[in-house]
Design a protein around this ligand. Structure first.
Ligand SMILES: [Zn+2]
Length: 134
């Protein structure tokens, strides 16, 4: 039974909310695979071009967690900068600006984005059943 509550005041963060719900779904699957362990934190890589607003995603995650076993879990977002492949340098380079998409080293324009679009769950922190030393 899922409790999706879109609408109301959430219209402007629908995108982030649906992403948050996918993250929660994935995390729940993962937790189930480990014997229904309690997830304390989810680590996420978020590309600068993913179109996701970090703050909105954090808020959505908290909200979407409410009715799930993930309630109380933290979302840890690692922001990933944009990398392009520069033909002049023949290697991956950062962009000089988010508007121009030019190589930060030589200034050549490039549209070959190699990093920065990802929304990727990288790790889960799991509560230990027994914290006392063995
Ligand atoms: Zn270059």
């Amino acid at each position: 039974m899922k409790h999706a509550k879109p609408g109301r005041t959430l219209t402007n963060i629908m995108h982030e909310l649906s992403i948050a719900m996918s993250i929660i779904e994935l995390a729940q699957e993962e937790s189930h695979r480990h014997g229904d362990v309690q997830v304390s934190a989810v680590h996420l890589k978020l590309g600068a071009l993913s179109g996701v607003v970090k703050e909105a995603l954090l808020g959505s995650f908290e909200m979407a967690c409410e009715d799930t076993p993930l309630k109380g879990a933290r979302l840890v977002v690692e922001e990933v900068p944009v990398l392009i492949f520069c033909r002049s340098c023949q290697t991956q380079r950062p962009v000089s600006s988010m508007q121009l998409f030019c190589c930060a080293e030589c200034g050549a324009p490039s549209s070959e984005v190699v990093q920065g679009k990802e929304i990727e769950m990288v790790a889960l922190e799991i509560e230990e059943w027994d914290r006392s030393p063995v």
